[in-house]
Design a protein around this ligand. Sequence first.
Ligand SMILES: NC(=O)c1ccc[n+]([C@@H]2O[C@H](COP(=O)([O-])OP(=O)(O)OC[C@H]3O[C@@H](n4cnc5c(N)ncnc54)[C@H](OP(=O)(O)O)[C@@H]3O)[C@@H](O)[C@H]2O)c1
Length: 489
Amino acid sequence: MASSDGTQSPHANIGVVGLAVMGSNLARNLASRPGNTVAIFNRSYEKTQTLMDEHPEAGFVPSADYAAFAASLSKPRTALIMVQAGKGTDAVIDELVKVFEPGDIIIDGGNALFTDTIRREKAVRATGINFVGAGISGGEEGALTGPSIMPGGSAEAWATIGPILKSIAAVAEGEPCVTHVGTDGAGHFVKMVHNGIEYADMQLIAEAYDLIRRGTGKSPAEISEVFAEWNHGELESYLIEITAEVLRQVDAETDKPLVDVILDQAGAKGTGAWTVQTALDLGVPVSGIAEAVFARSLSSKPEQRAAAAELPGPVDTWTVEDADEFIEDVRLALFASKIVAYSQGFDEIVAGAAQYGWDIKKGEIAKIWRGGCIIRAQFLNRITEAYASDPGLVALLTAPYFVDALDRAQGSWRRIVAMAAHAGLPSPAFSSSLAYYDGLRAQRLPAALIQGQRDFFGAHTYKRVDKPGIFHTLWSGDRTEIETEPSSH
Ligand SMILES: NC(=O)c1ccc[n+]([C@@H]2O[C@H](COP(=O)([O-])OP(=O)(O)OC[C@H]3O[C@@H](n4cnc5c(N)ncnc54)[C@H](OP(=O)(O)O)[C@@H]3O)[C@@H](O)[C@H]2O)c1
């Protein structure tokens, strides 16, 4: 071990601070790549010792304090922080800044809120040290075998850390799932939207399962087969694959399907809520993601759900005539709703990039999500192609491939949403996605009436369709119209 006086010769080319599940797996991943020697540090030494004991093959360079950790790293020093997001990250940065020098690089690989990353980057940059906020997706398995990595920070830092991150990232179709997303908080912003899309994708899959189960009476094991089959088509993705696995699982204690003994209250760690809160601030409708976040909140309100259990439901009975046709309708409704969720997510990335001055290449983002991360899917290639053929695409769902897919799916989508409403089955993400689609398509929206109402009670004015200028009707007077701001034409 390096001593606190820093006498050990610096020979590690990268260090990891924080050796819980993510940090220890990333440290092992780094150590397994040729040319890397990995320094490790954890606030409490037990985790460092455990990792050393369990993985002597990794050749880790352990330290018991920050000074020794810094001394064990060759210059420019590079440290990856994988600690509890929030105060933990700030505490580690404060310590590293004391022992690092200008030109060194601190990477925060935790799930930081992008505005925290912007703040930290600014503060750390003032010391001459580079700070990179990097979104890392893929959970503990991805961390060990190859995650999808979304780094922000400066181009200078990327030049140094790019090769290291490429060496540990997942590989999809021969390409590493990492790219320099943009400056300061861009990486964590994109990771946040990734998580929001993940929420929507999971909710849509859950709704599809629920509709099939209630509509056809199939067992979880039978529905597992449906998902396994879907995984060979255009829905092919990690989330569809693991859905089939979860539905197939039988509880050893009760011999029931595991899904039937799991409490139906979904947890959340907050990144979905951040995606929605940020979208609200940016004025971007991410209704599919929002419904997914709210559906988890609703599920976790047992008292309200118990009190509402006796509320009246539909009187008519609901029967599915042809189970195979119904399942195909659900599949297409899922695909169409998924297109909406991704389109909305990319809208948020575009809006964030404009707001914060990031040059984000949308097609590159879809590419680095093809492997390693939770939303990895075949479908992401179509997004990359869409942005490659039209970088200025105003909405993803208007790209030719998606227009064709929506054309194929919309009949099924409408049938499923209507049937769910008729049967009294909750399908918030399916139905809100369809409502968004129809809202976007509509050439005339009732927003005109809202403008009229706003002008009536608050003199908020309105524009007209037939001439330029800003107008107000004298609602409490003689109701003539006045031009409040004459047009310059
Ligand atoms: N788990 C996942 O699947 C996943 C996926 C993607 C991203 N992430 C993100 O990756 C990061 C690490 O996640 P994790 O699950 O491995 O760990 P975690 O449970 O979020 O955090 C535990 C680690 O943080 C350290 N820590 C906490 N407060 C500290 C402080 N004030 N100073 C120094 N160290 C401190 C702990 O040190 P001690 O051992 O001394 O307590 C421990 O090493 C988090 O930001 C998380 O959100 C997690």
